[in-house]
Design a protein around this ligand. Structure first.
Ligand code: FES
Length: 107
């Protein structure tokens, strides 16, 4: 299990233990973390699982592929350098303690 911290726009944080191999999006959905909609179920075609990742983990994450880059252009909230689609972040041991910040809105 890997601990992921989800922080809502109001600042409320929730720590969740997520099975390795799942995505950060799946960790949120399975634990009923509000703020991630994931309308496409992780197929990288909806951009409603947008998060801002803690910069400290930027080099630990695999960079977004071309499809994710394209979808990040369609997110409802501001796209920032730390923007990622949480369905594309696979939970691995090295991400223990990762903090992701939820955007104001997903649609
Ligand atoms: S769940 Fe649809 S793009 Fe991530």
């Amino acid at each position: 299990m890997t601990r992921i911290r989800y922080v809502e726009p109001c600042g409320r944080a929730r720590d969740v233990e997520v099975d390795q191999g799942l995505s950060v999006m799946e960790g949120a959905i399975l634990n009923m973390v509000p703020g991630i909609e994931a309308e496409c179920g992780g197929a990288c075609v909806c951009a409603t699982c947008h998060v801002y990742v803690d910069e400290a983990y930027g080099s630990t994450l695999c960079p977004p592929n071309a499809t994710e880059h394209e979808m990040l252009d369609t997110v409802a909230s501001e796209r920032r350098p730390t923007s990622r689609l949480s369905c594309q972040i696979k939970v691995v041991a090295a991400l223990d303690g990762l903090t992701v910040y939820l955007p104001e809105r997903q649609t």
